[in-house]
Write a protein of this length. Sequence first.
Length: 328
Amino acid sequence: MKVAGIVALAAIVLIVTAPQRAYAQADDYPNRPVNFTVPFAPGGVTGLFARLLGQKLEQRLGKPFIVEHRPGGGGVTAATAVARATPDGYNIMMASSTVLAINVTVRKNLPYDPRKELTPIALLARVPFVLVVNPALPVHSVADLVKLAKEKPGQISFGTPGPGTFHHLNAEMFKGLFGLNLVHVPYKGSAPGLADLTAGHIQMMFCDVPPAKALIEAGKIRALGVTTSERVKAVANIPPLAEVGIPNYNTASWHTITTTGGTPKPIVDKLAAEIRTIMSDPEVQKLLSNDGTLPQISPPPDELRKFVDAEIVRWGEVVTKAGLAQSQ
């Protein structure tokens, strides 16, 4: 057989056997521990999701899902590591709207491309935020906070888990709406920011509801309103900001399980199916709802990809309007 014929035959064999190898990998997946990266410090909503899902996936698939917190850069540190990992499904991540959508417009030189180097597997939940202040502050309403901030320009500080995060974007939108001069203090997660808020080192914060809920109930921080247009079941006594001083305000982050771009589709589909089953469990939905999230049943990965692409465009417009485009 001539060389050209041998090469052609080898190519045909590769084409025929490649899908078989991919499905064989999926059947055997996982055959070793899976790294489960959380891009923020412990104590926030991403850690809550990771612990719950990691435990459930381990029970269903029989291998450890090892949760590792890698905070830094508003999610950039963790996302970059997962984007550069081997595309075999053994590195997955809790990826929020910040990591997959907002960072695209906020960052000047984003070291990963979420459209090419990361593959979303499943949507988990929408997460409402709450505007909270230190209780020692003479503030009991949005109007009070705006009045105080205008009386003390540059003296009211707000915390976030890092520049460009959803927390930061909410605060910048708030600043812009009322023409306020507020000071940004970045942390490596919601929990350390809340710790400084309760201690009085910062005065206010837009925080995801789950880590703030217990502190609100204990009176250690004061809630002024939630960011969604509807009330949040877990904190039903807190009104929407749209009803108490910021008309039409309606924001919530979203959270996904995401892996390295180029991971074989059968592995992505297998994980997506397992997560869909877990998220369909009424007990899981109840647990997440009680913590202050809005659980979602994910579309298939291909549809989720289209959703993320659309969110990059949508939040790009919001970021630009807030004056944060390429600000980091």
